[in-house]
Design a protein around this ligand. Structure first.
Ligand SMILES: Nc1ncnc2c1ncn2[C@@H]1O[C@H](COP(=O)(O)OP(=O)(O)OP(=O)(O)O)[C@@H](O)[C@H]1O
Ligand SMILES: [Mg+2]
Length: 263
């Protein structure tokens, strides 16, 4: 195909699940949590997974990001069938191709912010000089340059989460997985983080899959998938205007039964 004529369909697949089923077995009782999900993430996507509490968002993200295993179905990351990968292959996949951002930051208290962000690089044996340069570039982008010598207890929640996001980005992973990244932040810090995530996605640096129950947070994505009882109900795609996208997300959320069960 002519390079100028590439349709969205031919964009590179970064992650894919097909007919994904997850059943938990608790004391002999089987609970089916994911009902046969098909989802493809393409390069440069920024996808938000939304849905009421207990609808299976974290389970889906954990399976896509190799933290958890499916009961049935396939999971492919950067062309590799994760369900058939050995533990060694899984470790290198996690190290080289995936970045994680968790709700509670997961920074190491005994290390400065600079060392925390550099950790995935230093574990990979990247020379110190290169580490420092990469960390400083990422920190500048996330407004953290003045804070690199501080320890996590000296940082605000927003600064910690932006630091955790820098740490996820510093290895240039194929995809960033984020579970409720603004869940522990006040609205201003949450907005700052989302602007940063949008910035790295817009510049083509990161493909992002983010779980959230918050329509405001989801409105920073390009596409929102609504999950209900372990199945994808619909996809909502963004137009030019984030506010209009937000309104459409809220409309769908309302039609699914309001937001009281979404906290
Ligand atoms: N390890 C487990 N064993 C048994 N059941 C589980 C386990 N983990 C999750 N579940 C159940 O699976 C369902 C989906 O959980 P999940 O954490 O994916 O929901 P969620 O959409 O992320 O919810 P929230 O918005 O509250 O974070 C819930 O009913 C939960 O109780
Ligand atoms: Mg969850």
């Amino acid at each position: 195909m002519n390079e100028n004529n590439i349709s969205p369909i031919s964009r590179r697949k970064v992650a894919e699940v097909a007919n994904l089923i997850k059943t938990y077995d608790t004391k002999g009782f089987q609970t089916k949590v994911l009902m046969g999900i098909d989802l493809t993430v393409y390069e440069h996507d920024f996808i938000a997974i939304m849905g009421p509490s207990g609808s299976g968002k974290t389970t889906l993200l954990n399976i896509l990001s190799t933290i958890d295993k499916p009961t049935q179905g396939t999971v492919t990351l950067d062309g590799q069938d994760v369900t058939r990968a050995s533990n060694k292959e899984l470790s290198s996949l996690r190290r080289d191709k995936i970045g994680f951002v968790f709700q509670d930051y997961n920074l190491l208290d005994t290390m400065t912010l600079q060392d925390n962000i550099a950790l995935p690089l230093s574990l990979n044996g990247v020379p110190e000089k290169v580490c420092i340069q990469r960390v400083q570039e990422a920190a500048a982008r996330f407004g953290l340059k003045e804070h690199l010598r501080k320890y996590p207890y000296q940082l605000s929640g927003g600064q910690k989460q932006r630091g955790a996001t820098c740490r996820a980005l510093v290895t240039n992973p194929k995809i960033i997985f984020a579970d409720e990244p603004t869940g522990a932040l006040d609205s201003k810090s949450g907005r700052d983080l989302l602007e940063c995530l949008k910035g790295v996605n817009d510049s083509g640096q990161a493909t992002i899959l983010m779980v959230t129950h918050d329509p405001f947070c989801a409105s920073y994505a390009k596409d929102v998938y609504m999950l209900s009882d372990g199945a994808i109900l619909c996809r909502i795609s963004r137009g030019a205007d984030r506010k209009e996208f937000y309104d459409r997300i809220v409309d769908v959320q309302t039609s699914m039964g309001g937001d009281s069960s979404w906290e």
